[in-house]
Design a protein. Sequence first.
Length: 338
Amino acid sequence: MSRLFLTLGLLLLVLGGAVAPAQAADPVQDAISGALAWLHTQQLADGGFSAFGATSGVATTADAVYVLALLGEDPAGPAWTVNGHSALAALEMLSAAGPVPYPTRGAGEAGKILRAVALGGGDPRYFAGLDLVVEVEKHYDPATGRYHPDYLFRHTLAVEGLVRAGQLVPAPAYDALVAAQLPDGGWFWSFDATAADVDTTGRVLQLLSGRAGLACARVSERAASYLDAAQLASAGWGVNPAPDPNPANANSTALAVAGLRAAGFDPDGPRFQTGGKGGLQALLAFQEAGGAFRYMLPPDSPEVRLMATLETLMALAQQQATRPACRPIYLPLVIRTG
């Protein structure tokens, strides 16, 4: 028997040595793989996607194209082509449809299409017969720094679209977001609010974190404190902060996680641990065996799995940033003599 084991051992050495140890599972990558597999089952015959009904929607398809590109997928390639229609081609067809093409309806609509096209491999300067950059920029008001006079959420889509397209965004557009931060540290979807919501706070924090000079600014710390206070006992987030009785949902949790990761705050770190579970762990718990993310955990409630899955994938695609050490600036003291 000992000779047999010795022979087998020598054979292993000849064939290349010891067997490599199994790689540790990566729950985030596993979640992404499962969600993408499920997303394939949701692509419709025209190449698009729909959150409601069996007809492709332009906004949902734009979000799908954007998410696929974020994850390194090719929305114009064969993997995301059905009946000769790719996801990006479907977005172009849907964007041009109707008496009023979707990107011409406002800065937010144009920004949503622009970010998807720019990241997804399309031509932002000519898509669906439109120059998407121009469609966004024509809404800019230099007096306020806003791309939409009232809706902060649409303003963020316009700014992100331009950023993804490699366009210079005027500094006042960022200043408008900083100025809109509320006393509680968060943001609301409109500019005239008095109290924040989790979804908008996560989205704005993610956008501002890519702005040079804001990583160490007090604005990000105040936003993180807002999300810290808003976190629920489940370690997830609802639309409104605690103690509002709204339960955690995948969309709000995803937006909070994305904002925190972009700003260099670890959503699974000690600060965001509740009941032995962090925010990212809470987000992954929304995934079903089939790969989709449900909007809410039981008890059941109205939900849209496609939108929950897309929002979650956006968050999982967001890399965990390293928060830089913020040092005070010392100015030299100039003493005039004589």
